[in-house]
Every structure is written in C-alpha cells, then in structure tokens.
Design a protein around this ligand. Structure first.
Ligand SMILES: [Zn+2]
Length: 468
C-alpha cells in the first residue's frame, strides 16, 4: 500500500462504528481521500480507489490517549507493583535527570510505535522531561517522525524533580514561548502544542495564575494533574481555580481521583474536560481510585489515558477494561472511600468506553473538529480490527468483544491523516527501535547508578544532583 496521504482507500463491507451520533453504526463502506474521510455509508463507490475488503472487520476512529508521559517509552514495564511514591523516586527523581535529548527521542518513538500498533492514532504527550531546549526539540521530532498525531504538552524538567511539584514556587519553564513561536506555531498541524501546567496543587496559586496567563497569551490549551492522593484532597485545585475565575473550557483535568464531587460538577459547569488513567490508578496505590463514576454522576463524560508505561501497558484495551473493572467494584459496594455507598451509581457499557477512548478524547484535546469520529470531512485517523481472530470470534456484540478481549494483534490497519502506518497487521518503521531502546535504557540506568554512588565514595564536589 502506498504510504502517501494522497492515496484513495475504499474499505468495503465492514462493521462501521462511526462514533458520530448522527451516523451511528452500520455495515458498509468508508472512503478515504486526500487524507480525509470522504464518505461513509451502506454503499460507497469510488473509481480508481484502492479497495480494502472490510468483511469480518470493525472500522472505527483511532483511539485517543489523552495523557501519556511518552518519554518513559524505553523505561517500559519497570515497576508494575510500585506505589506512587516509589514511582516518583525511581523514575522522576532517580532516572529523570539522566535522560539526554536522544533518550527522550527514543522513548517517545518507542511510545508512539507501541501506540500506533495498538490502534492509538493520537497521543497527548505530557512531557515533564523538559530538562533543556534540546530535550523539547528531540521530543517533538520523535512525534513528527513516528507518524502519530500528537498533542504535545510542554511541561517542566525532571531535574530537581522535587522542587517542581507539590506546592512548587517555580514558574513554568520560559522555553515554552520558543517552542510555540518557532517549533509548533500551527494549530492545524499533525503535531500541535498545549501547556502541561501544575495548577494550584503541584505549584502555588500565585505560580498557577502566572502560568495560566502565559499559556492563554500563547493561545495554548492546558492540562493539569489534580486530585492526587491526600495532597490533592487537601488542595482542591479545581475549586481554587474556579474561585479565582480561572477555570475554563480550555482545561483538561487529569486523574481527579481525590477531587470532591463539588469540584467535578465545576468541571461540567465550565465545559472543561477530564482524563481518567484507569489502569494506572488501579495498579498504583497512592493516587486514589478512578473517578469515572463520580465524573459521570457530575455530568462529565471522561476521556481515557495510559499515563506511564514504566508501570502499566500502553494500549487502550487495558485502560477500558480497568475502567470497567473498577466500576463493577463500585457497583458491588467495594469502591474507594469517595465512592460512598450512598453516591449515585452510573452505568456505562462497552459502547460508552469506545466513545471515551475516541470522540471524548478528541474533545478533551480540543481536536474534535478534525478527529475522534468517522465524520466526513475529518482527517482520516481510523483503524480496522479483525473480528474473525480466535479471541474475538464470533463477535456477537462488536463493542463488547473489542472491550473485553481486544488487543494490538487484532488491529490490522491503522491510518493517521489518511497515511498508512500499519497494514495487514504489520507496523511500519519499527525495525531498529528495540535496539535503540535497550541502549538508551542501559545508558540512563548507568548514569543514574554513577550519580547515586558518587557521594558515598567521597568525591569532592559531586553532589547528589550532579549528572554526567
Ligand atoms: Zn500523569
């Protein structure tokens, strides 16, 4: 298959799950032309288009991961049983200072390729590895090169990590202005810029106010980690923002695990959005529990996210399953302390989860005008899932089959903006990444180890924070 975005592809006879309420689901055809969804319907004809047999397949918009720290792509799977403090100690504090720009490029590439292979066509990269301008450049370059759609959220450094979080008095790194002006000025491009801010939970209210003003001056949407464990419960960042007149529809709140129900209603009232990292939150004690039920009860349809691959798998199938598994605990009366027995219990099913993982993700990123559903005119970010595979057949209820049993191996075709990145089940461009990732991992760990032993061998002037 040609990889240019000028190709015309006609998928025939598939189960089309459009994620557009007006178009619904049907058995039929999807035409891709000039990088866009040109037509969908029960029967579409197009002379000269390359025909793909969609029989026995589901076609849906690519998944949208609304929060991943992609730089940890080569640090994958290190600590599935970590607590939140252990994760911070191992990754942010011990390894983070030692990533060179090339390590960030490799980590992001590994994350993107993994994501594309599993049908994630958009990743919102929460990049808190902005150790230098070169790190920012390398991070962005990886997303251009991989072919994924990326909302790049410029964050803070992982050097002196402690000083940047939990009540920090440091202002957002000013390099975000250069990134905006010279690297990512175009909001219609495949890679666009957002601001990953700390808000009045990870930073002081004064810093939050100045950072938000900077992001809005630069015309950037904002993401914020809030409701993190007991600290988040005490800060009530969303309430603080609302009372300061700063809460707006340009904000996505990530986690919200210990945000109050009142705060979640304020998200709905202001048209802001939320990202639930369901798998990470159930695997990593210390953050609190997934807020899916409480968000829905408050009137917010959430998006879904992976968060860190150093602890959990990077595909959306697992995230959807984790969100549902935790919801079933809530329904059984076995949820966390905020999911009280007297709270409103919402229900959601596999169709809702697919919507959370697609169109709601696009809305949370402010890109639903160009992706998130198979609406004609949108850019062609779509995937095909082979329903005849042994783990999915006979796919009696297609969304339920995908949510309960789907995996990356079932994803046979992936297009981003009409460009083929995976075809016939084979991902393109992944030839050398395993070797690069292993080299990067070894280099980062060696550097961290050298730094850690330095004080104990008594070398003058080599403090804990010094890196080589
Ligand atoms: Zn995160």
């Amino acid at each position: 298959m040609d990889s240019s975005n000028q190709e015309r592809i006609l998928i025939k006879g598939a189960h089309v799950l459009t994620q557009d309420d007006r178009l619904g689901d049907f058995v039929g055809d999807v035409l891709v032309a000039d990088g866009r969804i040109a037509a969908v319907g029960e029967s579409v004809d197009a002379d000269g288009a390359q025909v793909v047999d969609g029989t026995g397949h589901a076609v849906l918009p690519g998944f949208i991961d609304t929060h991943r720290h992609a730089w940890q792509g080569a640090l994958r799977g290190l600590g599935p049983a970590w607590t939140y403090p252990e994760y911070r100690e191992h990754v942010q504090i011990r390894l983070g200072p030692h990533l060179e720009p090339e390590d960030v490029r490799i980590g992001n590439t590994a994350a993107d390729l993994m994501a594309l292979d599993a049908g994630i066509t958009t990743i919102r990269d929460e990049s808190h590895i902005m150790n230098s301008p070169d790190h920012a450049d390398a991070a962005v370059q990886a997303h251009w090169d991989s072919g994924i759609r990326c909302v790049f959220d410029h964050g803070w450094p992982s050097t002196e990590a402690e000083s940047w979080q939990f009540g920090s008095g440091r202002l957002h790194p000013p390099d975000i202005r250069r990134v905006r002006e010279s690297l990512l000025p175009d909001d219609s491009a495949r890679v666009t810029l957002n601001a990953m801010l700390r808000g009045p939970e990870l930073a002081t209210m004064d810093v939050a106010r100045q950072d938000i003003a900077l992001a809005r001056e630069l015309g950037l949407r904002i993401s914020m980690h809030v409701g993190l464990g007991e600290w988040g419960a005490r800060q009530q960042a969303i309430r603080q923002l609302d009372e300061a007149g700063l809460l707006g529809p340009d904000m996505t709140f990530i986690h919200c695990c210990t945000s109050t129900d009142d705060e979640l209603r304020r998200i709905a009232e202001h048209g802001a959005s939320a990202s639930v990292a369901a798998a990470l939150e159930v695997f990593m004690p210390g953050l609190g529990q997934p807020a899916t039920n409480r968000l829905l009860a408050a009137g917010v349809r959430p998006s879904l996210s992976v968060d860190v691959e150093s602890a959990v798998a990077g595909d959306m199938f697992g995230v959807m399953r984790a969100a549902l598994a935790y919801q079933q605990l809530v329904r059984a009366g076995a949820g966390g302390p905020l999911d009280r027995a007297d709270a409103a219990i919402t229900t959601f099913d596999a169709r809702d989860l697919l919507a959370f993982a697609t169109i709601e993700g696009a809305r949370a990123c402010g890109i639903d005008d160009r992706t998130g559903s198979l609406t004609p005119g949108k850019e062609a970010d779509l995937i095909m899932i082979r329903l005849t595979d042994p783990n999915l057949l006979p796919a009696t209820d297609i969304p339920a089959a995908i949510v309960t049993s789907g995996h990356a191996g079932n994803v046979s075709l992936v297009l981003v903006a009409g460009r083929t990145v995976k075809a016939d089940g084979v991902l393109r461009g992944a030839d050398t990444i395993a070797e690069q990732a292993a080299r990067s991992r070894d280099r980062v760990h060696r550097a961290a180890m050298r730094s850690a032993v330095r004080p104990s061998v008594g070398r003058a002037g080599a403090g804990v924070g010094a890196s080589s």
